[in-house]
Design a binder for this molecule. Structure first.
Ligand SMILES: Cc1cc2nc3c(=O)[nH]c(=O)nc-3n(C[C@H](O)[C@H](O)[C@H](O)COP(=O)(O)OP(=O)(O)OC[C@H]3O[C@@H](n4cnc5c(N)ncnc54)[C@H](O)[C@@H]3O)c2cc1C
Length: 472
C-alpha cells in the first residue's frame, strides 16, 4: 500500500448490481488479512469512513461509500469432507465453495440466485435461498466467524461465543466490522442432481394455493410471476419444486453427477452464444416488450406436461440468473432496481395483489417478479419472517416516478406488518426502516454499533441513507 493519504487515493466509479445507484469512491483491495487490517487502521487514523465490499452483487448502495475496501481477494479455502465444514477467507465465493465441496458430496446449505457473491457478503446480508422456508438464511449454517473491529481487535463469534455480536453482525451489512474468516457447515447430498417439477398457477390465489400444498414435501420451492398479466390472470405464474435425490435414486450414479464438469451451465441458449444473449433481450426492455416475453414464458409452461418432473443439476436449478451473463446490461444505462418486500403470511396474498395492481395502474409493472416463502430466524436485523417475499425488478429510466411508486408500496407493506431486505434496496427512508424493524431491535443494533465502532468507521451509503435519526 502506498504512503499517500487514503483521501487522495484514485477515485473509482462503483455501482450496485442494478447499476441505478453509482458513486465515485476511493478504492482499496487488500491482498491478505494483514493488508486489510492495515487499511482499516489507516482509514481510522485518517478519519475516513469505510464501506466493505465483496463481489458487489447487492442491488443498491449496500457496498458503496467514501472508501471502499474490497475483501474479495482474500480467498483461502479449506474444506473438511469428514465434517462438511468449510473454513474460508471472506472473499471465497459461493462458486468457489460448491466447486470445492461437490466432489465430496456436499452442497452449500443456502445459496442465493447467483454464485458470484462472497461468503462475507452472504453473511453480511444473511442471504436466503429457494429453500428459505426450510433451511432458513445462511447465518443458521455458520459455525463461527472472526470479526475485525474498528479498534483493530479480532473477535471470534459463534452462536455460543459472543452470541449477541454473532446474531447482529450476520445481517448487519458490514456496519459492525469486517469478517476475516468464516466457518460454515454444508449439506450432505447423495447426487449432483435434483428432481424438479414445474407447477402452473393461473392466478395469484392459485399460485399461493399450489405453493402452500407443495411446501411440506419440497426441499426447494420458488415462484415466477407474470407481473404484466391483469384481471382474472393477475399474479399468474409458475412454481418450480426441487427435491434432493436419496441414496440409490440417481440414475447416472453420484460418481458421475457429483463431478464439477457435470454441473456446467450450457454455452448456448436456443443456439445463441450466452455471452451475447443480453443483446437479444434489449429490444424487449419496455412494458409492451415485457408483456410479450412474460406471456411467452407463461405459455411455454403449457408445453410441459402437468405432474411431470425432470432431473436438473444443482447449478442449473440454483443459478438460473447466471445462465445469461451480463443480463443486467439489457436494462441500458439507467439500470434497474429490485424491491423485495417481506410480508407476514396473514396479509401477504392481499398485499401482493395490491402491489401488482398498483404497479399496473401506474404503468410500471415489474419486468421480473419472484415469490418465495420464509420463516423466522434468530438474527437481529433479519428480513426473515413467517411469511412471503415478492422480489420485483423495475427499470430505473423514470427514476422520480419509480421512487414514488416504491414509497407508496413501502407504505402498503408496512401497514401489512412487513419488512425489507437491504441487499435489494435503493429506496427506503429512515422512517420506513424504523417501522419495519422497530425501535427496540434498532436500539439494540445501535448500542452494539456504539460499543464496537464508536467513531463510525464502518459506514456504507446504505447506512447513511437509512440509519434512522438520531444516528448514533
Ligand atoms: C442475480 C442476483 C440474484 C440474487 N439472489 C439472491 C437470493 O436469492 N437471495 C438473497 O438473499 N440474495 C440474493 N442476491 C443478493 C446477494 O446475494 C447479496 O447482495 C450478497 O450480499 C452479495 O454478496 P457480495 O459478495 O456481492 O457482497 P456486496 O454486495 O459487495 O456487499 C454486501 C454487503 O456485505 C458487506 N460486506 C462485504 N464484505 C464484507 C466483509 N468482509 N465483512 C463484513 N461485511 C462485508 C458490504 O458492506 C455490504 O453491506 C442476489 C443478487 C444478484 C445479483
Amino acid at each position: 500500500m502506498s504512503d499517500a493519504r487514503l483521501s487522495s487515493a484514485p477515485l473509482r466509479v462503483l455501482g450496485g448490481f442494478g447499476q441505478a445507484v453509482n458513486a465515485a469512491c476511493r478504492y482499496l483491495a487488500p491482498r491478505d488479512a494483514g493488508e486489510l487490517a492495515e487499511a482499516l487502521a489507516r482509514a481510522s487514523r485518517e478519519g475516513m469512513a469505510v464501506a466493505l465490499r465483496g463481489s458487489g452483487r447487492s442491488y443498491g448502495d449496500a457496498a458503496l461509500g467514501d472508501l471502499v475496501v474490497d475483501t474479495s481477494g482474500l480467498r483461502d479455502l479449506s474444506f473438511d469432507p469428514a465434517t462438511g465444514v468449510a473454513t474460508a477467507g471472506p472473499g471465497v465465493t459461493i462458486e468457489q465453495l460448491w466447486r470445492e465441496a461437490l466432489p465430496h458430496g456436499y452442497w452449500p446449505a443456502v445459496v442465493p440466485g447467483t454464485m458470484a457473491p462472497t461468503l462475507a457478503g452472504c453473511l453480511a446480508a444473511n442471504v436466503h435461498g429457494k429453500n428459505a422456508f426450510r433451511a432458513g438464511p445462511t447465518g443458521e449454517h455458520v459455525e463461527s466467524f472472526d470479526l475485525l473491529t474498528a479498534s483493530g481487535e479480532t473477535l471470534r463469534c459463534s452462536p455460543t461465543e459472543r452470541p449477541e455480536i454473532f446474531h447482529a453482525a450476520i445481517g448487519g451489512f458490514g456496519a459492525l466490522g469486517a469478517f476475516t474468516r468464516v466457518q460454515i457447515r454444508l449439506k450432505k447430498i447423495e447426487s449432483g442432481l435434483l428432481r424438479v417439477e414445474p407447477i402452473r398457477g393461473r392466478s395469484l390465489a392459485e399460485l399461493f394455493d399450489r405453493f402452500e400444498e407443495r411446501l411440506p414435501a419440497a426441499d426447494y420451492l420458488v415462484g415466477w410471476i407474470d407481473a404484466t398479466a391483469s384481471g382474472a390472470s393477475l399474479g399468474r405464474g409458475q412454481l418450480h419444486q426441487g427435491n434432493y435425490l436419496s441414496a440409490g435414486e440417481d440414475p447416472e450414479g453420484p460418481a458421475s453427477t457429483l463431478r464439477v464438469e457435470r454441473q456446467g451451465l450450457p454455452g448456448t441458449i436456443f443456439g445463441v452464444p450466452k455471452g451475447i444473449l443480453w443483446r437479444f433481450l434489449r429490444p424487449f426492455m419496455w412494458p409492451p416488450g415485457m408483456r410479450l416475453l412474460n406471456l411467452a414464458k407463461y405459455l411455454a409452461g403449457y408445453l410441459q406436461p402437468a405432474g411431470k418432473s425432470y432431473l436438473q443439476s444443482h447449478v442449473a436449478f440454483a443459478f438460473l440468473l447466471d445462465y445469461v451473463p451480463d443480463w443486467r446490461r439489457a436494462y441500458g444505462r439507467a439500470g434497474f432496481i429490485q424491491f423485495q418486500p417481506f410480508v407476514p403470511k396473514e396479509t401477504a396474498r392481499e398485499t401482493f395483489r395490491e402491489l401488482l395492481s398498483l404497479c399496473q395502474r401506474e404503468g410500471m409493472p415489474p419486468f421480473l417478479a419472484v415469490l418465495k416463502r420464509h420463516r423466522p430466524d434468530p438474527f437481529l436485523l433479519t428480513h426473515g419472517l413467517d411469511g412471503w417475499s415478492l422480489a420485483m425488478d423495475f427499470p430505473a429510466a423514470d427514476r422520480e416516478r419509480l421512487w414514488a411508486l416504491c414509497h407508496r408500496m413501502s407504505e402498503r407493506v408496512l401497514d401489512a406488518g412487513g419488512r425489507f431486505y437491504f441487499a435489494k434496496d435503493a429506496v427506503l427512508r429512515p422512517l420506513d426502516v424504523e417501522r419495519a424493524f422497530g425501535r427496540e431491535r434498532l436500539g439494540r443494533f445501535f448500542e452494539l454499533k456504539r460499543r464496537l465502532d464508536p467513531g463510525g468507521l464502518f459506514q456504507t451509503s446504505l447506512w447513511r441513507r437509512v440509519a434512522p435519526p438520531p444516528p448514533l
